[in-house]
Design a protein around this ligand. Sequence first.
Ligand code: HSE
Length: 427
Amino acid sequence: MSTKNLHIGIFGLGTVGTGVVELLMKKKDAPGNYHFILEKVVVKNPNKKREIDVPSDFLSLNPDDILNNPAIDTVIEVIGGIHPAKEFVIQALEKGKNVITANKALLASYGSEIFNKAVENRCYLGVRASNIAAYRIIESLTTSPSKIEKLIGIFNGTCNYILTEMEKKGESFSAILKRAQEMGYAEADPINDINGYDTAHKLIVLLGISLGYFPPIKSVYTEGINNITLQDVLFARELGYRIKLVAIAKREEEMLEARVHPVLIPKEKWLARLEGIENGVEVRDEIGLEIGMQAPGAGKYPTATAIMEDLICISRGRGLFFPPRKSSITLKPIEKIETKYYLKFHAVDKAGVLAKIASILGDYNISIESVIQKGKGDKRKENEMVPVIMLTHRSREDNIQKALKKINDLPEVEKNPLLIRVEEGIF
Ligand code: HSE
């Protein structure tokens, strides 16, 4: 197989950029016909102390040293954020350079524009590193002759790490988050990890490349793990489940369900068994074929490796692997979904309260599968609140929401009960 030399410019020398430079340096001596020649790395601060020694003549502060450098044919964008990443990506494509980006936030917001620009300029756009949990199935998503029926994935290493450690070590959310940041899993600002937006961005990118349709971020129902406590993780375990933050997409003809939120998954399921930063995705197509992939979801080398795979594809002259397609798709509102629910109330432990809650649920046709109430027996004080956990049978989300509103008005129940949806997974 013939391969092409690539002359590379990199925007950014943070965690991922450093990993790419390290791998590029190693690859020079690796067997195989890949010749990747690093030409320039554009950084914000050339004097910053770094984990690797990059000779100073490789470093530049000036984006034009990449964008207007005719020797560079391939640009890697690993600065993150929307601006100036978007401008660098668009300009590089306009100048006929291939682009590889790890920037899921950018692709989720401007995916159509960027893919169109790549097609117009006959450039390769590599996006494997934007979703390393799924990068090895990206190609199957784009080349499968059958439509995807359902996709479910754990796409955020930080959240999976936090939820796993909570269950295993019984530590607080904030202590575990701090460790995830120190280990380079969480973004510099972890808010997008925790509130689910990083996962939603990755889902949008996968939908974009498989359907040619990038749903607007506002239309993807997104909830993070902010409200999940150690208590919930332990109750879920008692019920035979694990809590995971997942992205779900389901397709029925032109109707698409796309949502991100924590779920309870039966603990024996494959996704429930992915621990720490390990991420994974399961896909079922319309003829029932199921594929899956497991990969570390975050970190320097996993992300840099996904970038290297894109470089190898370009070097093999594989060209664009997902021309955008037009598609008329309507998103299903969250109120219309139907699933099982975990509900947690804090209620006064006295006669009739459980009956009142159950009666409201019954009014909305919500049937209860199991209940846990952790009373304090004779030690209980008057009007003390205790947690009441209910697992429902399959119910409609709009009914659940209406019932919770009514329950919220009961004086014996604390406001804003917690709701976590239940998901069976594919495998
Ligand atoms: N911060 C992301 C995560 C890694 O925790 O999964 C990069 O996508």
